[in-house]
Design a protein around this ligand. Structure first.
Ligand code: WTA
Length: 649
C-alpha cells in the first residue's frame, strides 16, 4: 500500500439479506430488474432518463433533448417546461390523493396540524399571490429563515410556483450567517417567524433577522409568521405579518411554466475552509432525481406515513421532506423541535402515535439515542415502522446494529444513503427488498451513478484499497454551478480529473463491489504513510462499551507525520479514569491495528458540532494542536463546548 491510497481497516463482515416479505411488496423487488435498469441507465442514459422524466413528472411542454453535456456544465431536459410546485401539488388534485394528508405537523409544545393536498395547495396558491403582490417573481431570490413548520414548505413551494429562487437558511444559524447568505445572493425578500420552539425555549428568529438586515441593502420586505407569540419589533413598511398578508389573498393562482433548467434554489454549504458555497439546483433534473429516489429507495406506498427528521435548512430537508415526497404524493410527518423534549423518547412517541412507517434520520441522532439508553425506546412498540434510513455521515456498525435491533426490531431494512448537497438526490444506497446490507456500507450505486475510487494520479485503485471518490457521469439532480462563482465550481469539483466529479470523500469498494465511505478527504489522516479514515477510528472507539461518542483528529507528529488525538464522551455511568484512557488506546489498536493506536485520548463533556450534527473537526484539530481557535465558528451549535475543551486541554 502506498501513501496514495487510504488504508481501510474496517473488519465488518455481517450481511443482512432482505426478507421475502419485504421483497414481495417492494416497488423494485428484484435483483434482475435492478441490474437491467442500472445497465440501461449508465449505458443509454438519454433513453433511461428520458423515459423516467416522462413517466414520473408532469411537463407543460415536453423536452426535446435529454442531456446537453459540455463538461462541467449540464443541461437536462432542454426544451421542456414545467412548474415544480404544480408537480408537488396540483397534479395530485382530482385524484384519490387530494384529501389525503400531505403534511402532518407536530409542534414541540404538542400542537398538531394536518394539511391535505387540497389544503396545502390552497395555502401555497395564496402565498404565491402574496409573492406576486410584492413583485417577487421569476429569478428573484428569497431567503427563508423559518422554524420546522408547514409554512416553511409553503414558502418554498410558493417560490417555486412563481419562479423565485429560494435560499433556506437553517433556523439555528446566527445573524452573521444570514447576512452573508442574503448578501451573496442579493435576496429581495426574507420570510421568517417571530421564533421557534427548541427544548421548551424560544429561538428568536426575527431578532436575528433584524440584526442581519442592518447590513443587507438588497432586502425590501420581510414576512413574519407568528409561531411563538414572542414580542418582536416590526419595521414598517418593510415588515409584514404572514397572517395579515394572507388574509384576503386569493386561493386561486395560475402557475406559469418554467424551463427545465430554471433555477429552483440555492443552498449554502460550508466547505472546510472559506466562505459558504451557494450550491445551485434547477428544476426538471432535480425534481426527477428526488422523485425517483423517493419512490424506489424509500419504497414509498400510498398509505405510508413518511418521516425524515432533517430540517428544511439542509439539503435532506429540501429533497426528502419537501420535493421528493410531495412529488410522489406522500404523507409527510414534520416535527418542529428537539428529539429529547420533553424527554428522550419524543421520536418514538411520535412514531407510535402517528403510525410512522418510514423513518429517515442521521447517525449522530442514533448515537445520541444510544447514549440516552434503551429504556426510552423499549416503552414503545414501533410496530408501524417498515423501513429505516440513515444519512449525513458514515454510520458506525455499532449504531447500525442498534438501529436495526432496537428500532427496526430486525424486521425493517436499513437504507444507508450516501449523497451530498451537491448531488441533490441519493447517489449510493441499498434498494430495500433487493440489496443485502452490511452495517456501515452504503452498498451500491443508484441508477445513472458511476462511482469510482481513484488514487492521486487518477488511476483506479484495486478493490479493497481506499482512495478518493469520483462520479464519472453527469446525473439529473447534479448541482449546476456555485451561485456567482463558476470558477470555484470548476475548481472545487471538476479540476482534480477533468470532466469528472470529485466528491471530496474518501472511500473504497470491498470485494463484493460494495461502497464504504470513510468520510471527507480532509478528515483522512496520514499516519506513518498510511491514510486512516478518522471515522473508522471513531467507530472503533464507539464500539467500546464505555464510549458514547468520539471524534478523532490529526496532530502534527515529527515521526509519524500525523498522530491521532481522540476526543471521547463517555456514557453517563462511566468514570473518566487514566486506566480507561489506556484501555481505549488498546481497544483501538486491537480493533484496527497498531498503526491506529491513538497518541492521546481526551475525555470531553461534549463535542463541538454544527447545528446539523456534524462534528467540527477543524476546531478539534486546533485544540489538539494546542493553538487558538481561528476561522469561522458561526456554524457551531454551542460555543461553551469549545471553551470547556480548551480549559480541560
Ligand atoms: C457525508 C448530506 C457516509 C459525506 C446529504 C458527504 C455520508 C457529506 C453519508 C455530504 C453516508 C452523507 N455515508 N457519509 N450515508 N451521507 N455523508 O452536503 O462525507 O450535508 O460528502 O449532504 O456527508 O454532506 P451534506
Amino acid at each position: 500500500m502506498t501513501d496514495q491510497t487510504i488504508t481501510s481497516v474496517s473488519r465488518e463482515s455481517r450481511v443482512f439479506k432482505p426478507s421475502a416479505e419485504f421483497k414481495a411488496q417492494a416497488n423494485l423487488g428484484s435483483e434482475a430488474t435492478y441490474k437491467r435498469l442500472y445497465a440501461e441507465s449508465v449505458n443509454s442514459p438519454a433513453k433511461f432518463w428520458g423515459r423516467q422524466a416522462t413517466e414520473l413528472l408532469t411537463w407543460r411542454k415536453p423536452f426535446s433533448k435529454v442531456l446537453d453535456w459540455k463538461a462541467p456544465h449540464a443541461k437536462w431536459f432542454t426544451g421542456g417546461t414545467l412548474n415544480v410546485a404544480e408537480n408537488c401539488l396540483d397534479r395530485h388534485l382530482g385524484t384519490a390523493r387530494e384529501n389525503k394528508a400531505a403534511i402532518i405537523f407536530e409542534g414541540e409544545p404538542g400542537d398538531i396540524t394536518t394539511l391535505t393536498y387540497k389544503q396545502l395547495h390552497r395555502e401555497v396558491c395564496k402565498f404565491a399571490n402574496v409573492l406576486d403582490s410584492l413583485d417577487v417573481g421569476k429569478g428573484d431570490r428569497v431567503a427563508i429563515y423559518m422554524p420546522m413548520v408547514p409554512e416553511a414548505a409553503i414558502a418554498m413551494l410558493a417560490c417555486a410556483r412563481v419562479g423565485a429562487i429560494h435560499t433556506v437558511i437553517f433556523g439555528g444559524f446566527s445573524s452573521e450567517a444570514i447576512k452573508d447568505r442574503v448578501n451573496d445572493c442579493q435576496a429581495k425578500l426574507v420570510i421568517t417567524a417571530d421564533g421557534s420552539w427548541r427544548r421548551g425555549k424560544v429561538v428568536e428568529l426575527k431578532a436575528s433577522v433584524d440584526r442581519a438586515l442592518e447590513g443587507t441593502p438588497s432586502v425590501q420586505h420581510v414576512i413574519v409568521l407568528k409561531r411563538t407569540a414572542t414580542e418582536v419589533s416590526m419595521t414598517a413598511p418593510r415588515d409584514r405579518w404572514w397572517h395579515d398578508v394572507m388574509t384576503g389573498a386569493k386561493a386561486e393562482h395560475k402557475a406559469k411554466a418554467f424551463g427545465s433548467e430554471h433555477p429552483l434554489f440555492i443552498l449554502y454549504t460550508s466547505g472546510s475552509t472559506g466562505k459558504p458555497k451557494g450550491v445551485l439546483h434547477t428544476s426538471g433534473g432535480y425534481l426527477l432525481g428526488t422523485t425517483i429516489t423517493t419512490k424506489y429507495i424509500f419504497d414509498l406506498k400510498e398509505n405510508d406515513i413518511y418521516w425524515c427528521t432533517a430540517d428544511v435548512g439542509w439539503i435532506t430537508g429540501h429533497s426528502y421532506v419537501v420535493y421528493g415526497p410531495l412529488s410522489c404524493g406522500a404523507t409527510v410527518m414534520m416535527y418542529e423541535g428537539a428529539p429529547n423534549h420533553p424527554a428522550p423518547d419524543r421520536f418514538w412517541d411520535i412514531i407510535d402515535r402517528h403510525g410512522v412507517t418510514i423513518f429517515y434520520t442521521a447517525p449522530t441522532a442514533i448515537r445520541a439515542f444510544m447514549r440516552w439508553g434503551d429504556d426510552y425506546v423499549k416503552k414503545y412498540s414501533l410496530k408501524s415502522l417498515r423501513l429505516l434510513g440513515s444519512v449525513g455521515e458514515p454510520i458506525n456498525p455499532e449504531a447500525w446494529m442498534w438501529y436495526h435491533t432496537l428500532i427496526g426490531k430486525k424486521r425493517c431494512p436499513i437504507v444507508d444513503t450516501w449523497w451530498q448537497t451537491e448531488t441533490g438526490a441519493i447517489m449510493v444506497s441499498p434498494l430495500p427488498g433487493v440489496t443485502p446490507t452490511k452495517p456501515g456500507s452504503c452498498t451500491r450505486p443508484f441508477f445513472g451513478v458511476v462511482p469510482k475510487i481513484l488514487d492521486d494520479n487518477g488511476k483506479e485503485v484495486p478493490k479493497g484499497s481506499g482512495g478518493r471518490l469520483f462520479l464519472m457521469q453527469p446525473w439529473p439532480s447534479m448541482l449546476r454551478t456555485l451561485w456567482g462563482d463558476d470558477s470555484r465550481y470548476k475548481k472545487q469539483y471538476w479540476s482534480e480529473i477533468k470532466g469528472v466529479y470529485f466528491a471530496g470523500d474518501g472511500a473504497r469498494f470491498d470485494k463484493d463491489g460494495y461502497l464504504w465511505v470513510v468520510g471527507r478527504i480532509d478528515d483522512v489522516l496520514n499516519v506513518s504513510g498510511h491514510r486512516i479514515g478518522t471515522a473508522e477510528v471513531e467507530s472503533a472507539l464507539v464500539s467500546h462499551p464505555a464510549v458514547a461518542e468520539a471524534a478523532v483528529v490529526g496532530r502534527p507528529d515529527e515521526i509519524k507525520g500525523q498522530g491521532l488525538v481522540c476526543f471521547v464522551t463517555l456514557k453517563s455511568d462511566q468514570k473518566p479514569t487514566e486506566e480507561l484512557k489506556q484501555a481505549l488506546r488498546g481497544h483501538v489498536a486491537k480493533e484496527i491495528g497498531a498503526i491506529a493506536r491513538p497518541d492521546e485520548v481526551r475525555f470531553a463533556a461534549g463535542l463541538p458540532k454544527t447545528r446539523s450534527g456534524k462534528i467540527m473537526r477543524r476546531i478539534l484539530k486546533e485544540i489538539a494542536a494546542g493553538g487558538a481557535i481561528k476561522g469561522d465558528t458561526t456554524t457551531l451549535e454551542d460555543f461553551n463546548v469549545v471553551a470547556s475543551l480548551q480549559s480541560e486541554g
